[in-house]
Design a protein around this ligand. Structure first.
Ligand code: FAD
Ligand code: NAG
Ligand code: NAG
Ligand code: NAG
Ligand code: NAG
Ligand code: NAG
Ligand code: NAG
Ligand code: NAG
Ligand code: NAG
Ligand code: NAG
Ligand code: NAG
Length: 580
């Protein structure tokens, strides 16, 4: 499938050039032994320094455990030693990943080295994972997100203490500029005129997380001091100063080493970490996979854990087969099954008040000089925010009796415009309409014979009720246009009906990069991969803490929920007897 941008940008980009390069399949050839006396053993080895992994590593090291955090990529933000700077920010510590206003340039970079080259959809392969290159939209999870109705096992509903722990470390802001002002706000006024007549009320979204019906507000972000923050800027910094926390980057993990249900080590491509690259565990030591939906699934497959068709692909892969456990040790679990991602559809408009910001085209090489200077001076102005400006939600009752929510994300600019009518490109903005909590469609993710991660069955609109509800929501948005003077819908334009537009929308471009459910939490190993303590069924000491365990989509873009899940899962793992 064609990889596409985060739905709030649906994009100019063609990533295929970057993807066609090299494949990484881990250690080649050599047969290794797990035992190592010369190198250090760890209580907890965490694989992947993304949203889930960093939080787990901080909490486990805080609890006095000896923790190793492994990351396949390298430095990202300036604080972490990153140096990938725009020409206008040379000589500063303000990298592409620090400056929120460079978000859209992630999708037009001629050398996008930061995306995982062995996954066909967008995933971050550098310190911070997705949180280093996502849109920064940050929503505190709702009570309904963790409900039994939304797929969570009992015991997970009382999320408040964990969500509050996240907020204490990483508060959201809906005015990220250091001067407290909001910039490039024209779309807010237009949306106000569009939504108020439809009964929407304005609120500070994260002040009332549970209010998600007929509400709108300023977009909220996990930015601090006008810069991208996330777990890298907060949790990782506290972990780093502890003597029993070790972080190693540029380390690729291919599998866990196991003897039946017991994990005895972690297989890496770094021989300094142990004999043959295998990291050892202390007695009762544990392994936590936090490599993201695609990365965690691939490690499980290579460890002999997953559906038999995926394990057969590993067995047929010359490099990977060497380390695959004997078939008698395979653990059949539904890894990659029944995943979800928000279906999203873009509507493109013009309004004479709107500044499209030249569609963010020149922000990397040739920014508006005053905006660049203002940002460099004190991290204020347009560049202190990513592109979104407004978010809104509305609840819909589906014909199947299930309530689904529509989320809108509004930004100046547009990834693509499709109209034969003339229009003014300087006045363009986009509303991305996503279906969020309540989505019933499911797909499947996995690998192919080269172990490239990819969707195997697209999850969007498998259930026609999902499509009907999003169509209804889009029609409601559009129904208000005539009430807003000079607001013009240009994609679809007046030669295309909304029904036809939605019917013919390229499914691959509905990808929101919000994959959840590849190693679902639950009580039944025929439908779940991890138990209520986030432990992989059939193992004694293997856990998953990342987006994979989330059984169903939350109300908003998922990183806030993943953080809360990481706090709660880590607490449950620490409380689980038999550990180090
Ligand atoms: C383009 C884009 C835009 C997005 N926008 C938003 C947004 O605005 N708001 C929001 O809430 N969410 C957004 N998301 C989604 C969000 O970023 C992800 O849901 C989140 O990052 C997932 O967290 P995770 O812990 O599961 O994995 P990740 O954050 O992806 O972290 C996984 C980490 O594991 C590492 N890794 C993988 N495999 C291995 C291996 N074999 N060995 C060692 N290390 C490995 C990776 O390098 C990475 O650092 C966006 C995602 C993308 C891609
Ligand atoms: C971890 O560090 C803390 C102090 O930060 C210390 O009390 C504890 O003994 C250490 N644990 C290990 C296993 O090294
Ligand atoms: C960049 O950060 C490093 C490490 O934090 C610091 O030593 C250096 O002075 C900073 N450079 C600038 C130009 O701010
Ligand atoms: C930053 O600089 C801008 C432009 O000079 C100024 O308007 C703003 O007040 C400054 N903000 C802070 C927090 O100093
Ligand atoms: C291990 O893999 C990582 C990620 O691909 C790579 O950057 C690193 O150079 C590799 N290390 C070795 C020793 O090959
Ligand atoms: C694997 O575990 C079994 C007990 O479950 C033990 O008898 C055997 O020695 C172990 N094998 C290895 C190679 O450690
Ligand atoms: C297009 O919009 C810009 C900004 O609103 C305006 O300055 C310009 O005059 C418009 N061009 C035309 C041809 O209307
Ligand atoms: C796996 O998919 C990748 C990306 O599409 C492709 O380059 C590769 O050839 C595929 N491998 C096999 C064995 O099909
Ligand atoms: C709408 O556009 C026309 C010209 O195209 C202009 O005269 C009028 O003032 C505009 N109305 C508003 C409310 O912007
Ligand atoms: C569509 O809109 C354009 C102006 O944007 C107008 O010229 C044209 O007549 C309209 N066509 C239809 C079929 O309404
Ligand atoms: C996937 O979802 C379908 C429909 O909800 C269900 O019948 C099936 O058991 C699920 N499969 C797995 C492996 O979870």
């Amino acid at each position: 499938m064609v990889p596409r941008a985060h739905s709030s940008l649906k994009s100019l980009l063609v990533l295929s050039a970057g993807l066609s390069g090299h494949l990484i399949t881990g250690v080649r050839g050599s047969v290794t032994t797990a035992a190592s006396t010369a190198t250090t053993a760890y209580d907890y080895v965490i694989v992947g320094a993304g949203v889930g992994g960093i939080i787990a590593a901080d909490r486990l090291s805080e609890a006095g455990k000896k923790v190793l955090l492994l990351e396949r990529g390298g430095p990202s933000t300036g604080e972490t030693g990153g140096h990938y700077n725009a020409p206008w920010a040379m000589g500063t510590n303000l990298t592409k990943f620090d400056i929120p206003g460079l978000f859209e340039s992630l999708f037009s970079d001629p050398d996008p080295w930061y995306w995982c080259q062995d996954v066909t959809v967008f995933a971050g392969c550098l310190l911070g994972g997705g949180a280093t290159l996502n849109g920064g939209l940050y929503w505190y999870p709702t009570d309904a997100d963790f409900s039994v109705e939304n797929g969570w096992p009992s015991g997970w509903q009382d999320h408040a203490q964990y969500t509050n722990a996240v907020i204490a470390r990483l508060p959201s802001t809906d005015h990220p500029s250091t001067d407290g002002q909001r910039y490039l706000e024209q779309t807010f006024g237009v949306m106000q005129q569009l939504l108020e007549p439809q009964g929407y009320r304005q609120l500070t979204i994260n002040d009332e997380p549970n209010s998600k019906d007929h509400v709108y507000g300023h977009s909220a972000f996990d930015f601090i001091d006008g810069k991208r923050a996330g777990p890298v800027a907060t949790y990782l910094q506290t972990a780093k100063v502890r003597p029993n926390f070790t972080y190693k980057d540029f380390v690729y993990v291919s599998s866990v080493v196991r003897n039946g249900s017991q994990i005895t080590g972690v297989r890496t491509n770094d021989t300094s970490l142990g004999s043959g690259g295998v990291v050892s565990l202390t007695p009762n030591g544990r392994v936590i996979l936090s490599s993201g939906s695609y990365g965690t699934s691939r490690i499980l497959f290579q460890s002999g854990i997953g559906p038999s068709d995926m394990l057969a692909l590993v067995k047929n892969n010359v490099e990977a087969a060497v380390h695959l456990p004997l078939q008698s040790q395979w653990i059949n679990l539904p890894v990659g099954m029944n995943v979800s991602d928000n279906p999203s559809i873009n509507l493109v408009f013009t309004h004479p008040s709107v500044d499209s910001y030249d569609n963010w085209a020149d922000v990397w090489t040739d920014p508006r000089p005053a905006d660049a200077a203002q940002y460099l001076k004190n991290q204020s102005g347009v560049f202190a925010s990513a592109s979104p400006r407004v978010n809104f939600w509305r609840a819909y009752a589906g014909s199947d009796g299930i309530t689904r929510f529509m989320q809108g994300t509004v930004r100046p600019g547009a990834g693509s415009v499709d109209t034969t009518n003339p229009y003014n490109a300087s006045q363009v903005f986009t509303i991305t309409a996503y279906l969020s909590q309540g989505v019933t469609s499911r797909g499947r993710l996995g690998v192919n014979g080269s172990l490239t991660g990819m969707p195997l069955v697209n999850p969007w609109f498998q259930d026609p009720v999902d499509k009907a509800v999003l169509l209804e929501g889009i029609k409601d948005i559009v129904s208000g246009i005539s009430a807003v003077p000079n607001l013009t819908l240009i994609t679809p334009d007046n030669h295309t009906t909304i029904d036809a537009y939605v019917d013919t929308y390229d499914p691959a471009s509905m990808d929101s990069n919000h994959w959840v459910g590849a190693a679902k939490i639950g009580t039944d190993p025929t439908t779940a991969v991890v138990n209520t303590n986030a432990k992989v069924f059939g193992t004694n000491n293997l856990f998953v803490i990342d987006a994979s365990i989330i059984p169903a989509l939350p109300m908003g873009n998922p990183q806030g929920m993943i953080m809360s899940v990481a706090e709660q899962a880590t607490a449950k793992i620490l409380a689980l007897v038999g550990g180090p």
